[in-house]
Write a protein that binds this ligand. Structure first.
Ligand code: KG4
Ligand code: ZN
Length: 371
């Protein structure tokens, strides 16, 4: 049976947090506990995706996402408590993603968390979603600070030097699309199923990566910013020219285009990661997280880059790499040691850069602000 907590928030005491996440198209609740020795365990993690609700629209519809979060958040909380065999009274704090993300979804989570905090009298912590991703390697692998985090998903793309629980330096990131968006768009162009990442990776396995000479965007510029929009357009042009000359696309063309596209992404990510490691010379580990990190070609190339650069490589298990509430609970545990809780004036933030000193990122992806 789980131990019951005494609500004391001092370091060295067992701390249990109920966390909520609803910043994009996954509704999630989790219970994370840190024991007296400092080790954190995920006691329950519930994630409900909204894929079927958005499928017909070719992207996440913010209003539909927000309503769906509001409808099922409390069921996710109930399920998480049931799985952990705990009750609200066993919690030491309520944590919630307070941004960045699609604002309607973030508001749904923040309102639910405020209700829970008010009803139970438990402290409330508003957590930055990106901090959740960035701190996950400490939850899964106890990775020591400082480390380099490459966050690559359908909504995020950035290199972060993680130097402490509140100390993140953004070294670079996408100036347009996130890489997952590019995989999804390429799949759409080639009539492959969504989500595009796994279908493009599968098609690429039997393709010839040298058949199409696609650009390696931004390699000619210093630094570790990335760009994927031009690459996607190059795939579109190659596809259209095949259709014009052959009257259509053969399966072989699909596979070769996917392989050539993936090879370009791999090359760019590898080179930009080498540069980011040079900008973070104290980092002893390269961590990669986000849905795109499940791509085996990308992952194995990044492992090679780590070996060549003399740093360890780690990627959290996929369930903790993609959006989830356990990462929010863990970030809250780190926060509780150093900061007082938020009060009921906690607001939802569509934009919330982790590194307040880095220049603001332009634009916003189909899944909301990228920083
Ligand atoms: O982290 P995630 O589940 O959700 C957010 O974007 O927040 O990432 C989903 C993205 C999608 O764009 C999907 O196409 C991409 O990750 N993805 C992949 C692979 N699996 C998922 N991209 C490339 N290769 C994969 N194997
Ligand atoms: Zn995310």
């Amino acid at each position: 049976m789980p131990v019951s907590c005494n609500g004391d928030t001092r370091v060295g005491r067992t701390q249990t947090v109920l966390a909520l996440e609803s910043s994009c198209d996954d509704t999630a609740a989790s219970i994370v506990r840190r024991n007296g020795s400092g080790k954190a365990d995920v006691l329950a993690s519930v994630v409900k995706n909204q894929d079927s609700l958005h499928a017909a629209f070719g992207g996440v519809v913010p209003e539909i996402a927000a309503r769906a979060h509001a409808e099922i958040l409390d069921y996710c909380v109930e399920e998480a408590l049931e799985k952990a065999r705990l009750s609200l009274s066993d919690m030491d704090a309520i944590a919630v993603t307070a941004g960045p993300g699609l604002i309607g979804g973030v508001v749904s989570g923040v309102m639910c968390a405020k209700g829970l905090a008010l009803a139970t009298g438990k402290p409330l912590y508003g957590i930055n979603h990106l901090a959740g991703h960035a701190l996950t390697p400490r939850l899964t692998d106890a990775v020591p600070y400082p480390y380099l985090m490459l966050l690559v998903s359908g909504g995020h793309c950035q290199f972060l030097s993680v130097e402490g629980p509140d100390d993140f330096k953004r070294l670079g990131g996408t100036i347009d699309d996130a890489p997952g968006e590019a995989f999804d768009k390429v799949a759409r162009l080639l009539a492959l199923p969504q989500p595009g990442g796994p279908s493009v990776e599968m098609a690429a396995r039997s393709g010839d990566a040298t058949r199409f000479s696609l650009p390696r965007p931004l390699l000619d510029r210093p630094g570790c910013d990335l760009s994927f929009s031009g690459l996607k357009t190059a795939v579109l042009r190659a596809r259209d020219s095949l259709i014009e000359t052959q009257g259509g696309l053969y399966e072989k063309d699909q596979h070769d285009l996917c392989a050539s596209f993936q090879a370009a992404v791999v090359d760019v990510m590898a080179e930009k990661t080498r540069r980011a490691l040079l900008l973070a010379p104290s980092a002893t580990t390269l961590c990669v997280a986000g849905g795109v990190a499940s791509n085996m070609s990308i992952r194995s190339k990044l492992e090679t880059v780590s070996e060549q650069s003399g740093v360890h490589f780690t990627a959290p298990p996929l369930a903790l790499c993609t959006d989830n509430a356990a990462m929010i609970g863990y970030a809250a545990l780190e926060r509780m040691e150093r900061h007082p809780p938020d009060d009921l004036s906690l607001s939802a933030r569509p934009r919330w850069p982790l590194d307040q000193h880095s220049p603001a990122m332009l634009g916003s992806g189909k899944k909301g602000a990228k920083a």
